[in-house]
Design a protein around this ligand. Structure first.
Ligand SMILES: Nc1ncnc2c1ncn2[C@@H]1O[C@H](COP(=O)(O)OP(=O)(O)OP(=O)(O)O)[C@@H](O)[C@H]1O
Ligand SMILES: [Mg+2]
Length: 503
């Protein structure tokens, strides 16, 4: 919680400003003149000071000079009557952030304080987060750990050459960002960056996806189609999840890489292309080679220049800059004004092992944006999994406690059928309470069937969770503690369309 000092000789004004700020979750202290203000600032840690101009003993302007001399990073906002507006302008030259004219409207003041702190945090983060690669869509690739500085240096060098690059790293470590950085930082940047997700394409279509096909080449090929190799001509072809291609496709890919030529399906003419290949995988290709699942010759062809992305738990130094970066990103995206991350929440983020790496961190911050109702990311809006097993006081049974397995378990173990009955005489087996509404589940004693009831419960649970997270699959999976694949499978099973819950 940020500490703010309100300085004014008018007790009523001081009080009203202080209460508006406390309501907005700032920790507020008061001082009645410049001298008291300076003493308090010297004694305590304040992020921001709100100063009246005309006060007995020491004026606001004199106090401002002393405060800035003590700690130049303290943000000062001046409150002034119209008659003193010249002084206020003077104060901004002395380092005050801005001024507000009396009479003060509480909402304007809170808005200015939020904005000042955000600007302050942004400047601080920017100085911490270099170097940065920026993609044309605005996405940034950041980090300040030595491990990432090394990776950025390698990207910088490799972006200028045409050799194949293999990017290795656990899921969510930023492999796709590396591939984009290589492309957009190099001479091919004005041509296309084309991605093939090798694990997502059915085996019978993958050859055509890579190399294209002629009309009538196979059932369903009712027109000629250009493959991704050709589409990426002059640019970069990113082969994501390369460890997932079949043995047959490995042979065809190897040939295309060696000869820089290929034949579209059903064609008898070869096509020549100029593409740079960047591949990525989170699988252990060396192990796969040993088991005969991945061709050694293809591996050597791709692995000329490898880039290894370390997991987030091995570069904890990056957690703070990444978390702050995501706060800025989601402020923009959700049109919110979250000023930063509370120190206690940051401690929790730094202590977490992040098995899902940066993607997990990004999801956690976005989750916090959905449910946070103060002006910073607090510990209460982090998922329970991160907060440890202890149940914090003041936490309502809410989204924090959303857990399908728990819910399942309760239901499985519920032998006691003498519970409460609703108005139609149906037993209430479980209810889920979410901040955005609750999903009650009532058991129809006429149609007592364990499997059917369990399924109905699951269905209602999933609908409620999707509603709470506006139909977002990743968010719902993370916070309901269901593996994403299981969630998708269950949605399909129950015919639930996540998009129906987009708001
Ligand atoms: N250093 C970073 N700076 C900013 N954002 C990052 C960084 N690393 C990863 N991200 C973000 O985290 C998310 C996951 O990154 P990315 O998709 O590149 O990971 P990946 O290694 O390809 O994961 P997977 O193996 O699961 O496909 C993306 O939204 C990406 O923008
Ligand atoms: Mg990826």
């Amino acid at each position: 919680m940020y500490r703010v000092l309100v300085v004014d000789d008018d007790a009523d004004l001081r009080l009203s400003v202080a209460s508006a700020l406390s309501e907005s979750h700032y920790q507020v202290d008061q001082a009645k003149d410049g001298e008291e203000a300076v003493n308090r600032v010297r004694a305590g840690k304040y992020k921001l000071v709100i100063l009246d101009v005309n006060m007995p003993r020491m004026s606001g302007l004199e106090a401002l000079k002393e405060i800035k001399a003590h700690d130049p990073s303290i943000i000062a906002i001046i409150l002034t009557a119209f008659s003193n507006i010249r002084d206020a302008v003077e104060a901004t030259k002395e380092g005050a952030y801005n001024y507000l004219e009396k009479p003060i409207k509480a909402e304007n003041l809170v808005y200015m304080v939020d904005k000042a702190l955000r600007a302050h945090n942004m400047v601080k983060n920017m100085s911490m987060s270099a170097p940065v690669f920026k993609m044309p869509n605005g996405t940034e690739f950041i980090g300040q750990s030595n491990e990432m500085k090394r990776v950025f240096g390698v990207i910088d060098k490799l972006s200028r050459v045409d050799t194949a690059v293999l990017i290795r790293g656990e899921s969510g470590t930023g492999k796709e960002l590396v591939a984009q950085s290589l492309h957009y930082n190099g001479p091919r940047k004005d041509n296309r960056f084309v991605t093939i997700n090798c694990s997502a394409i059915p085996e019978n279509l993958i050859e055509s996806e890579f190399f294209g096909h002629e009309k009538g080449a196979f059932t369903g090929a009712d027109s000629r189609k250009i493959g991704k190799f050709q589409y990426a001509d002059g640019g970069t072809l990113f082969l994501d999840e390369i460890g997932d291609i079949s043995a047959a496709m490995q042979v065809k890919l190897l040939r295309a890489l060696q000869e820089k030529r290929f034949t579209p399906v059903g064609s008898n003419r070869e096509v020549e292309v100029n593409v740079r290949i960047v591949a990525a995988t989170n699988r252990n290709l060396e192990e796969m080679i040993k088991k005969g699942e991945f061709r050694e010759d293809l591996f050597y062809r791709l692995n000329v220049l490898p880039i290894q992305l370390p997991p987030l738990r091995e570069r904890k130094n990056d957690i703070e800059v990444l978390a702050n970066y995501f706060v800025e990103k989601f402020n923009h995206q959700h049109k919110k004004n979250i000023t930063g991350i509370a120190a206690s929440a940051m401690e929790v983020l730094k202590a977490h092992p992040w098995p899902g790496n940066i993607r997990e961190l990004e999801n956690v911050i976005e989750h916090s944006f959905v449910i946070e109702n103060t002006n910073e990311v607090t510990i209460e809006s982090l998922p329970t999994a991160l907060q440890g097993t202890s149940n914090r006081p003041g936490l309502t049974r809410s989204i924090q406690n959303l857990d399908l397995d728990d819910a399942d378990l309760d239901l499985d173990q519920d032998q006691d059928l003498d519970g409460a009955l609703d108005e139609s005489g149906n037993k209430i087996v479980g209810t889920l309470s979410l901040r955005s509404g609750s999903a009650g589940f009532r058991l129809d004693v006429q149609k007592l069937d364990f499997q059917a009831s369990k399924e109905e419960f699951e269905k209602q649970f999933l609908i409620s969770a999707l509603k709470a997270f506006q139909g977002r699959i990743n968010q719902t999976a993370l916070h309901a503690n269901i593996p994403k694949k299981t969630l998708l499978r269950k949605l399909e099973k129950y015919g639930i369309n996540a998009r129906d819950y987009n708001s």
